[in-house]
Design a protein around this ligand. Structure first.
Ligand SMILES: *Cc1c(COP(=O)(O)O)cnc(C)c1O
Length: 221
């Protein structure tokens, strides 16, 4: 992808975020755009870096470990883990990522807390909520959220907010509204929600972090 195409896509997404924020009476600089670079190589990522994007999302520890150390030498990048995390990769994740969006079970809370103590590094975490109660999806059930949050707080995990991936092919807004309500009810601030197809909707409902891949990079292989 040439630099001017990357710049155009980035400007377009940022403008849509700004417009949605304005509609909702929000400041657009309160919304973090995470460029989801999973399955894209350095050749696709570099133009976006050159265009000024500095926050990226990956969904696998192994892929990110292979790709990012070299890219990071040239720019001060924040990396967010947005995919499911195995407990045995918690140490690697804590070392590499600046935020973790997929905390979804007590065993992972324990593993992350231990990894953070050991590393002396505490990247902010999001509890992922399975807002559609879909069996095949990651995230804790809505009913399990209170206990999971209590456990995370007891373990001194830095909980920044909640994250969700709504069911596909249905209107996302009610699920975003549910996540926003859960965050209010439980006293957490940030909301990681909204992807290429629905990030503007998510912004109007209060997203603090949108995770956008396809609209920035084009289709994944
Ligand atoms: C891939 C992915 C995204 C980005 O999806 P697009 O539709 O390409 O914008 C966002 N969040 C998560 C958790 C993902 O895995």
């Amino acid at each position: 992808m040439p630099l001017d195409e990357a710049s155009t896509r980035l400007a377009d997404v940022r403008e849509k975020i700004a417009r949605a924020a304005q509609l909702a009476g929000r400041a657009s600089d309160s919304i973090e755009l995470i460029a989801v670079s999973k399955l894209h190589g350095a050749a696709a990522i570099q133009p976006l870096l050159d265009a000024g994007q500095r926050v990226f999302g990956e969904n696998r520890v192994q892929e990110a470990t292979a790709k990012w150390p070299a890219l990071r030498e040239t720019a001060d990048v924040a990396l967010h883990l947005i995919g499911q995390l195995q407990s045995n990769k918690a140490e690697e994740a804590v070392a590499l990522f600046d935020a973790i969006h997929s905390v979804d079970r007590p065993s992972l809370v324990t593993a992350l807390a231990r990894a953070m103590d050991k590393a002396g590094r505490r990247p902010p975490c999001f509890v992922q909520v399975n807002v559609g109660d879909e069996p095949q999806k990651g995230g804790c059930l809505v009913a399990d959220l209170p206990d999971l949050l209590a456990g995370a707080r007891a373990a001194d995990l830095p909980i920044a907010g909640l994250m969700c991936i709504p069911p596909a092919d249905v209107e996302a807004a009610p699920y975003f509204a549910l996540l926003a309500k859960l965050a209010r009810d439980h006293g957490v601030d940030d909301l990681s929600m909204g992807m290429s197809s629905d990030y503007e909707t998510a912004v109007t409902i209060g997203a603090s972090h949108v995770r956008v891949g396809t609209a920035l990079f084009g289709a994944r292989a």
